[in-house]
Design a protein around this ligand. Structure first.
Ligand code: ATP
Ligand code: MG
Length: 299
């Protein structure tokens, strides 16, 4: 397991006004890790990832059998920060039947005819399951804030789009997540914190390697020119919505192996802290099982 002090560095305390520049994007989060060295840290991270994947697999089975809780994982990031790869690796040991991934793209006309939380509400994980939101309702205070012209498509009733408007969206999100938590959904939110330099490297990689060409999108390059606006939007959103009931974690994302190990560790240790148990049989059910056993034996 990853040391509590490192996780503590990455978990955003409620009401804390964060600045992303205060968070390292690389693997060397502490002096201790730096001294330990990159190679050794990477080996350790890969072990942690493997261990967490195994633990997640048994916790998932228990989550399913227990059937009282569900887990919602929200992933947000700049482009090429590694959301897809994180999902692929961290979830690799899970039973697909108990896991649902939703990737949210631009909203449809039907989505825009409803309140901004509607389409996400429809995709929430059922009890006993793990749901992953690859992008989420946070886009409505991120991309939409960076490109305010998008608000026009949302057909809002004459509201002025200023500070109070965004504040009310943060409040709606906090209330929505509180509602989920009260109803048995555990909410974990990860911001994959990639540096502008590493993003450039990953885009270049997509341009230079033929097998990665398909991943390149001009739209991503265009969004890169709004980098500073996104930083501010993320800082505001994370500061306003990291709550006791639904915390944000700012995950270093310049080294994919570090990202995956930390995300897997946080998810698996969160599930292990829940009071999950296999349902107990009552006398009547036990008698039914006994009767069934006798029937089979008598065949
Ligand atoms: P990939 O890794 O495949 O590129 P992606 O998540 O970047 O995954 P894209 O299809 O490239 O997927 O981009 C989805 C786009 O949809 C993003 O630009 C995102 O900002 C936009 N989007 C998502 N939710 C909303 C929303 N609520 N309002 C407006 N735009 C949104
Ligand atoms: Mg994209």
């Amino acid at each position: 397991m990853i040391k509590e002090e490192i996780i503590d560095l990455l978990k955003v305390k409620p009401d804390k006004k964060i600045r992303l520049k205060d968070y390292h994007t690389g693997w060397d989060q502490t002096k201790e890790l730096k001294a330990f060295g990159k190679k050794a840290t990477k080996e350790r991270a890969n072990e942690i990832l493997q261990k967490s994947i195994e633990e997640l697999s048994s916790s998932q089975e228990l989550l399913y059998a227990d059937d009282r809780y569900s887990l919602l994982i929200v992933l947000q990031a700049m482009d090429a920060a590694g959301k897809d790869g994180t999902i692929k690796h961290v979830m690799s040991g899970l039973n697909p039947q108990g896991c649902q991934v939703f990737s949210f793209k631009k909203p449809s006309a039907e989505d825009l005819d409803h309140n901004f939380l509607w389409r996400y509400m429809k995709s929430l994980p059922e009890r006993g399951r793990i749901g992953i939101f690859n992008r989420s309702y946070y886009e409505d205070v991120l991309v939409v804030k960076v490109h305010p012209e998008m608000i026009e498509h949302q057909k809002l009733a004459g509201e002025k789009i200023g500070k109070a408007f965004w504040q009310s969206r943060y409040e709606d999100i906090n209330a929505f997540e509180k509602h989920l938590v009260r109803n048995g959904t555990v909410v974990l939110k990860f911001f994959l914190n990639v540096s502008k330099k590493e993003q450039k490297q990953r885009f270049m990689d997509r341009l230079e390697r033929p097998e990665k060409n398909w991943k390149f999108s001009l739209a991503d390059l265009n969004e890169r020119s709004y980098w500073d606006d996104y930083v501010v939007a993320f800082e505001k959103a994370i500061s306003a919505t990291s709550t006791e009931w639904a915390p944000w974690f700012i995950i270093p994302a310049d080294d994919k192996w570090a990202t995956r190990a930390i995300v897997a560790d946080v998810i698996s240790s969160t599930l292990q802290k829940l009071d999950l148990r296999f349902p107990e049989m009552n006398d009547e059910q036990r008698a039914m099982l006994e009767k069934a056993r006798k029937t089979l034996e008598a065949e």
